[in-house]
Design a protein around this ligand. Structure first.
Ligand code: GLU
Length: 453
């Protein structure tokens, strides 16, 4: 069968057997299409039905989560854990708490996680989970009761050598703490079954910063290859969670300046550079809306989502040299990419998972803009999670500088591997293709080694 037909066949059967999972199809298609050169060179993957196998999770767990709100009413949510692929290590990947979460979203994230984790060079398989629970507006007590109930069920399926969840959108240190406490209460064991833990009880220094720092290190690697650097660059950044905050911080360290950030309600444009202390105060301490930012930084502007120019995300409408989408999936579309290009942006580096739509990626590559694809560029978070697992297993604690330098080395090796693989398969510099092929090859070969898995 021609490679084209093979990919087509797997795409069709995926859509038939799992109706309505749009984001999952998008993630699968992006990977399969870029695998063409390796599928052509290595017929074994077709012969061994690797694509058919890799698009089906090893296990999907869906459960009811019931919890009592502050008014004494029982509320219900749906919980998910998709254990996608364990060919190279225990399942690893975050938990997302957001009203948009459904099986298709968890599967897209879990599928991407397989290749991302493989690219880190560390022994971690791919998984993802979460719930349609909306943490917004909930009291601390409600968050705790939800997390406890969620863990009551999840605890049956995780373990240090089995599946190690972490945070993602809506799940940070507070939620990990409540879930860890509940797991310990249920099992009596103090074990590294989650990453992103508090620093007093098994967490790793630099884990909070890792995804953002890693994304900036990755961008620096791309620019260095072009004999350029981040020094003096203006950056547009979306989001205001962990990834965005520590992207902005590291950009300053590298001599660049971030001028935007956003949340679900609006965006900030601060020409003089986003003030980190103000941003951290609003988002990390007060858990408030970004609207508050302009009360403190009077020269900045706030634009609510309903005033964004039709069909665009205003974050991508400002003059900039580099862009770091660090909020959520499909937040940067074709119109946004055209705006970025017109405004002089040369590089898009993805801190979020699948933030750029396929047509926008196509436009970016056709216009010779540089691209740091999510699976490579944001792998620093999960890589540092694995460093946390290592510290837990050896009962040791490394310094911030130690973890940060390991992270920097890992990001460089992800870049080198992606670059070298793009060259090996005849499209030098196509980092998206190189990353997908390199991530795939290790997992697929391990599956072949292990027989009918
Ligand atoms: N949710 C993060 C990601 O998308 C981190 C996962 C982890 O640390 O396990 O990679």
């Amino acid at each position: 069968m021609s490679v084209h037909k093979y990919i087509d066949k797997v795409m069709k059967s995926t859509m038939q057997s799992t109706p309505g999972q749009t984001e999952f199809y998008q993630a699968v298609e992006e990977v399969l299409v870029t695998l063409e050169p390796i599928l052509k060179a290595e017929p074994k993957y077709d012969q061994q039905n690797i694509l058919e196998r890799i698009v089906i999770p090893e296990r999907q767990i869906i459960f009811r989560v019931t919890w009592m709100d502050d008014a004494g009413k029982i509320q219900t949510n749906i919980g998910y854990r998709v254990q996608f692929n364990s060919a190279i290590g225990p399942y690893k990947g975050g938990l997302r708490f957001h009203p948009s979460v459904n099986l298709g979203i968890v599967k897209f994230l879990g599928f991407e996680q397989i290749f991302k984790n493989s690219l880190t060079g560390l022994p971690i398989g791919g998984g993802k989970g979460g719930s349609n629970f909306d943490p917004k507006g909930k009291s601390d007590g409600e968050i705790m009761r939800f997390c406890q109930s969620f863990m009551l069920e999840l605890s049956k399926y995780i373990g240090e050598t089995r599946d190690v969840p972490a945070g993602d959108i809506g799940v940070g240190g507070r939620e990990i703490g409540y879930m860890f406490g509940e797991y310990k209460r249920l099992t009596g064991n103090f074990e590294g079954i989650l990453t992103g833990k508090g620093l007093n009880w098994g967490g790793s220094l630099a884990r909070t910063e890792a995804t953002g720092f890693g994304s900036v290190y990755f961008a620096e690697n791309i620019l260095n290859k072009q004999k350029d650097s981040l020094e003096g660059k203006i950056a547009a950044v979306s989001g205001s969670g962990n990834v965005a905050i520590y992207t902005i911080q590291k950009l300053y360290d590298m001599g660049a300046k971030a001028v935007t950030c956003s949340d679900s309600r609006g965006m900030i444009y601060d020409k003089n550079g986003i003030d980190l202390d103000t941003l951290k105060l609003i988002k990390e301490t007060r858990r408030d809306s970004l609207e508050e930012y302009v009360l403190i930084r009077k020269n900045a502007t706030y634009l609510p989502v309903h005033s964004y120019p039709e069909g665009t995300n205003a974050v991508w409408g400002v003059p900039c040299d580099v862009a770091f989408p660090s909020a959520t999936q499909n937040e940067l579309n074709l119109a946004d990419m055209k705006n970025l290009h017109k405004n002089g942006c040369k590089l898009v580096c993805e801190g979020a998972n699948m933030p750029t739509t396929p047509d926008a990626i196509e436009y970016m590559l056709a216009n010779k803009m540089m691209f740091g694809p999510a699976k490579a560029a944001n792998a620093g978070g999960v890589a540092t999670s694995q460093l946390e697992m290592s510290q837990n297993a050896s009962m040791s604690k490394w310094s911030f500088a130690d973890v940060d330098s390991k992270l920097r080395t890992i990001m460089k090796s992800i870049f080198d591997l992606s670059y070298d693989t793009s060259k090996e398969f005849g499209d030098e510099g196509n980092i998206m293709m190189g990353a997908n092929i390199a991530g795939f090859r290790k997992v697929a070969d391990s599956m072949i080694d292990q027989g009918a898995v």
